[in-house]
Design a protein around this ligand. Sequence first.
Ligand SMILES: Nc1ncnc2c1ncn2[C@@H]1O[C@H](COP(=O)(O)OP(=O)(O)O)[C@@H](O)[C@H]1O
Ligand SMILES: [Mg+2]
Length: 315
Amino acid sequence: MTTPATDRAAVKTADKTVDETTGTTGSSAKVTVKPAERSGNPGTGSNEPKPFDYTQKTVRTEPVLDEAAVVSIRDFNLWYGDFQAVHNVSLNVPKNQVTALIGASGCGKSTLLRCINRMNDLIPIVKTDGTLTYEGVDLYDRAVDPVEVRRRVGMVFQKPNPFPKSVYDNVAFGPRLNGFKGDLGALVEKSLRRAALWDEVKDKLKGSGLGLSGGQQQRLCIARAMATEPDIILMDEPTSALDPMSTDRIEQLIHEIKEDYTVVIVTHNMQQAGRVSDRTAFMHLGVLIEEGPTDQIFTKPKHEMTERYVEGRFG
Ligand SMILES: Nc1ncnc2c1ncn2[C@@H]1O[C@H](COP(=O)(O)OP(=O)(O)O)[C@@H](O)[C@H]1O
Ligand SMILES: [Mg+2]
């Protein structure tokens, strides 16, 4: 791999003639890009992106067999009003593995992730079609309760978002809501231990969750997600607001928890995808372009667009 971040910044700067230091557009871009590297129409002199062929098939290497999939997404489409953000995506998510969704900003990673726990239902203009099953059950079936879906499929967001409550009450929140009847203290402790936070907070369970450091807050949110005993944990760029040490801690945690959970993670950071995931799915403009074992996606991608993305030439 080349140095993606630098290359990417250079291409972006040149294509858009944006001076990243001042944020102004104009003549200040110093980097030129060879015509072959542009995304515009070759030979026309136009910088307009080529219309994307939505009919093309996803490239898959060592596909996840249906039997191994805990979540199966089939021919799934999603619209925000008239705008289609997800185009005919089919993806099998294997149990007890980490699947990373990568792709340029706005390509639909978060939208696709939110389809898995029906979070998009909360947006009134959203329409979907296709099927999405969890252990064989169609999650979009009318008989399925979205609240139950979100209990089984937990979610961790980009910015740590503890409730303005104590550490204990943050973790106890979901189980209380679900009418948990067992030993709540034991469940809180178990969840905090699984999120590798117990030792740091065991003496301040009554203190506010907001009083913790950013990295601890994110682990608190992971503990909160775990407390409803989900099978799947979705993470949308969970470390992008964290410092490198806290990032490292969360990445280590992702490694540890996959014994018990299936994880789907959106990440902007390709090194992170390389470090934490078993499989990687690359999206572009709402289309799933290529999916396969992470090593293969990063070292021997089959689709030219994946290659350009992982080498940092766009995005
Ligand atoms: N609530 C929304 N209403 C309308 N359009 C949206 C909404 N959320 C996302 N989009 C659009 O859907 C596309 C995919 O967005 P998103 O899933 O957030 O991409 P990513 O996570 O890859 O950056 C983008 O064009 C974005 O502008
Ligand atoms: Mg996103």
